[in-house]
Design a protein around this ligand. Structure first.
Ligand code: CTP
Length: 409
């Protein structure tokens, strides 16, 4: 039974958390309510205890021997905080651990859903905007408040979304993959590499790291241990993954070869690795006065092909690559991906069309999964939706299940 922490902050919308609690328990979740001290001014502890069937923790000093905040945070499959006040958003952004709920958030590695509710002016204040941006970048799901009547006579954006909407968002985090990769180790490379030319210049690419991070989140949600080998990324790695930074292709290659010793179950090469790097790197800045420069490039190691070649036949890891192609023609896309599958010796290739910079940096994507002569797709949606579909296929590969369309796409 998934264990959900329902945090409740001290805002007038706290009364709606009771309805949310009902919906979550009806869906079969084991809900542990953690109200802040101010939330208890709006709703009484017995209400939460009666409806959740669990004792309600309110203080860091209850059951200190059991180190409740650590146990609750680590043991949670999901944390949802509804309502989240402006004050709580600010505290979470800065890692301030001043009560039981904020301590739990610092130890939780599960998905976190925040449902803010406050007056329009507070929601629109630059401080709150910045806090929301930082938290979203950190991988938290921050719902936008609804527009409508607020506590007083005012009307505007700031209402808590309906308990049904929040419950739907929680359910979307639990999917067919829950527990599917329990005890498995997934290594994911993400982001773009940077190949140095001189101390200030490099050859880079448009990769944002978003797809790799989405895969990391989906694998974590499926119960896997995740190692992220990160090149340059526009977003932070999610909480709960081990991150190894590797900026150049060579560094990424070294890091991945080293991590193979840990005998992971899967390696997913989501990184955009440079195919070429400057033949020579200047120790000093190349001065403008030198005039026209000819930059000679040499080929880099194909990391995916090299890692596949290092495998003992029949022994893991299962190797997954991407194919970034510039064609919208599906037959051509699949055929190029099949070529990469064979030339690199991988088990699965995820193909996408990156024509005109599409996909890079965007929130949405569209992929085809290619294995042997078969392919499935298009699978469209947010990068996280697509990542869940990939993880679904990974767990099926472990069981030797035929290559059929993953559910929920
Ligand atoms: N890849 C790699 N090492 C490289 C280049 C690419 O491991 N030096 C991996 C990528 O991470 C991806 C897969 O190989 O998983 C395919 O990358 P892609 O850029 O689509 O193709 P390339 O192999 O670079 O071939 P081409 O540029 O001809 O399309």
């Amino acid at each position: 039974m998934p264990r959900v922490i329902l945090g409740v902050c001290g805002g007038i919308a706290a009364y709606k958390s009771v309805e949310l609690l009902r919906l979550l328990t009806q869906s079969g979740h084991d809900v542990h309510v953690v109200p802040t001290a101010n939330a208890l001014r709006f709703v009484g502890k017995p209400t939460f205890e009666a409806l959740s069937g669990n004792p309600v923790g309110t203080s860091l000093w209850d059951g200190a021997g059991a180190v409740t905040h650590v146990a609750e945070g680590i043991g949670a499959d999901l944390v949802v905080i509804a309502p989240t006040t402006a004050d709580f958003l600010a505290r979470v952004t800065h890692g301030i651990a001043s009560d039981l709920l904020s301590n739990i958030l610092l130890t939780a590695t599960a998905p976190v859903v925040l449902a803010p509710a406050m007056h329009t002016q507070m929601w629109e204040h630059p401080a709150t905007r910045t806090n929301v941006d930082v938290l979203r970048k950190r991988g938290y799901i921050v719902l936008d408040p609804d527009t409508g009547p607020l506590t007083g006579a005012d009307i505007g954006r700031g209402r808590l979304p309906s308990p049904t909407q929040i419950a739907d968002c929680v359910e979307a985090q639990f999917n067919a993959n829950t527990g599917a990769l329990l005890g498995k180790h997934v290594v994911i490379s993400a982001g773009g590499t940077q190949e140095e030319w001189d101390p200030v210049r490099f050859i880079g690419n448009r990769s944002s790291g978003k797809q790799g991070v989405a895969l990391a989140r989906a694998a974590l949600a499926a119960g896997a241990k995740v190692t992220l080998v990160a090149g340059h990324m526009d977003i932070d790695p999610p909480a709960g993954v081990e991150t190894i930074h590797a900026l150049s292709g060579e560094q990424m290659h070294k890091a991945l070869v080293a991590v193979l010793d840990e005998q992971p179950d899967f390696v997913i090469m989501a990184a955009a690795v440079a195919d070429f790097r400057p033949t020579t790197t200047s120790a000093n800045k190349i001065k403008k006065a030198l005039g026209t420069q000819n930059l000679e490039l040499e080929q880099t190691t194909d990391i995916l092909a090299d890692l596949c070649g290092r495998r003992t036949p029949g022994v893991g890891p299962i190797m997954i690559g991407f194919a970034a192609e510039t064609t919208a023609n599906i037959n051509e896309l699949v055929s190029l991906a099949q070529g990469k599958l064979t030339s690199k010796g991988a088990d699965l290739i995820i193909a996408n069309n990156v024509n005109h910079g599409a996909i890079f940096g965007s929130e949405e994507t569209e992929i085809h999964m290619v294995e042997d002569e078969n392919f499935i797709g298009p699978i469209k949606g947010s990068k996280l939706d697509v990542a869940h579909a990939v993880v679904h296929r990974l767990s099926a590969m472990l069981k030797g299940v035929d290559f059929t369309a993953p559910s929920g796409t």
